[in-house]
Design a protein around this ligand. Structure first.
Ligand code: HEC
Ligand code: HEC
Length: 429
């Protein structure tokens, strides 16, 4: 038996449901998107762009040495060459683009089965989509499942009458991502800049005002660790849990969610990202790892000009009744992140970002509310993370700064033996 690390290891059903469950639960306030996503730090992203330089056709293959979906899964025929860790994000994307659940295409517990015609249909759709993009858009992901399906399994072939009423607003938004519940994204009709009379501040002025709004650089730098304690609500899942987040020196984070079925945790120790549910431990990779690293930042929205290749003021938008400057930040890729700063207070109100996949991107808005003083620094006590399937709401009851936290708390926990019979008396080694 080949025990070497190179042996392709198939991903078990158990691991799939683990990854999904935890991702759903802890798809954490990417919010905290202050940390750098420099090429060295984001292995996943840089691999992607390296791969995209090699090949201009979709889907972009995994770079050499990275396990592909074809190697990791049993029955993948189209997404064969994409990195294995991008398969589940692609699946999540499909569910949002078509407004369906996994079971629409999959037999529960047998993801590899091709029993459902919808799954076979979807495979053909993927091929069609890649062919359109490769043939007519020079390998640029212009047409996605959402372009035609718009959140419905049955793509319409003629205009729906009810749409006539809102036709004017729809046509302006033809390429908009699915509307986020209770949190309209950047595509939802921001005020045009020229509509404002007063002179606009520079990006630098907006960012400087944000630092002053938090408390000023000196006070911010005094905080080395933070412990946030409160609750996490996910109304769409009828979930209400106690949650704690520990952060240290802007590159370490540990989140523990106490659910009725046991604790789930997720952490990043500065080099390895991981998540657990029950006794299972898994490493976090790809875009999820990038967002996990970002979430380690103590204050989101700092160092934008350092972390992004380009930051521009693109609009002024109303967020929860406040006028906000929208700064669009990009790293050179077509995807951009939007940071919304209150024109009056200077505080960060929202970060709009996306989780990418080979089939399309899933939008995510993180809203910051109820800023209060924590050891001299203005800190949000309510964080709402909105995705197409609903909101996750973090409400902090207590936030403590500079509590000593041992570095080892952020390390990946040792894996406990899986399904070891209870009677087993002696360990194997
Ligand atoms: C619209 C149909 C559709 C939906 C909805 C869908 N999938 Fe898939 N899934 C597919 C297709 C098609 C493939 C095969 C892709 C290929 O051949 O490249 C696949 C493959 C998979 C595989 C690989 C299985 C194996 O071992 O070969 C997993 C795992 C999977 N999907 C999980 C999910 C999960 C989890 C969800 C819900 C979040 C989901 N899928 C939703 C169509 C779908
Ligand atoms: C260019 C437009 C277009 C794109 C892009 C597209 N679809 Fe479709 N899709 C359609 C149309 C149109 C139908 C309905 C065809 C019919 O009536 O037979 C359809 C039907 C389907 C069906 C069958 C639905 C049912 O219940 O019968 C599935 C599943 C599906 N698409 C999945 C996908 C997935 C997954 C993607 C992205 C990989 C995708 N489609 C991309 C246009 C598109």
């Amino acid at each position: 038996m080949n025990a070497g690390k190179q042996a392709p290891r198939r991903i078990s059903e158990n691991a799939i449901s683990l990854a999904l469950g935890v991702a759903a639960l802890l798809w954490i306030p990417v919010s905290l998107v202050a940390q750098a996503r420099s090429p060295q730090q984001t292995a996943g992203a840089s691999q992607q762009s390296a791969a995209s330089e090699q090949s201009s056709a979709l889907p972009r293959p995994a770079p050499p040495g990275i396990k592909t979906a074809g190697e990791a899964f049993k029955n993948v025929a189209v997404l064969t060459d994409v990195p294995a860790d991008q398969l589940i994000p692609s699946m999540r994307y499909i569910t949002f683009a078509l407004g369906v659940r996994c079971e629409y295409c999959h037999v529960e517990g047998h993801f590899d089965s091709d029993e459902k015609p919808t799954k076979k249909r979807a495979r053909g759709m993927m091929k069609m989509m890649f062919a359109i993009d490769n043939t007519y858009f020079s390998g640029h992901r212009a047409v996605t499942c959402y372009t035609c399906h718009r959140g419905a399994a049955k793509a319409a072939d003629m205009p729906v009458l009810a749409d006539v009423i809102s036709a004017s607003s729809l046509s302006a938004n033809n390429a908009a991502p699915p509307a986020l519940s209770e949190a309209p994204g950047p595509a939802n009709s921001p005020a045009v800049i020229s509509a404002t009379a007063s002179p606009l501040p520079s990006v630098r002025e907006i960012l400087e005002k944000h630092i002053q709004a938090l408390a000023g650089e000196a006070a911010i730098n005094k905080i080395k660790t933070r412990v946030d304690q409160g609750t996490l609500d996910i109304p769409a899942r009828h979930m209400h849990s106690a949650v704690e987040i520990y952060r240290k020196s802007a590159d370490k984070i540990l989140t523990i969610v106490h659910t009725p079925r046991g604790d789930s945790s997720q952490g990043y120790n500065g080099s390895i990202g991981w998540q657990t549910r029950g006794d299972e431990v898994e490493e976090v990779r790809g875009d999820d790892l990038m967002h996990l690293k970002d979430s380690a930042a103590l204050n989101p929205g700092l160092n934008l000009q350092k972390n992004y290749a380009r930051v521009e003021l693109t609009s002024i938008t109303k967020i929860h009744g406040h006028d906000a400057y929208c700064l669009t930040a990009s790293r050179g890729a077509p995807a951009t992140d939007q940071y919304y700063f209150d024109t009056q207070s200077g505080l960060l109100l929202r970060v709009s970002t996306q989780i990418d996949s080979p089939l399309g991107a899933i939008p995510q808005d993180t809203n910051y509310e109820d800023y209060r003083d924590v050891s001299g620094v203005n800190t949000p006590f309510v964080i709402r993370v909105a995705r197409p399937d609903g909101e996750s709401i973090y409400r902090w009851e207590q936030i403590q700064a500079n509590v000593p936290i041992d570095d080892s708390r952020f390390d990946k926990p040792a894996e406990k033996p899986k399904e070891a019979p209870k009677e087993q008396s002696a360990p194997k080694h």
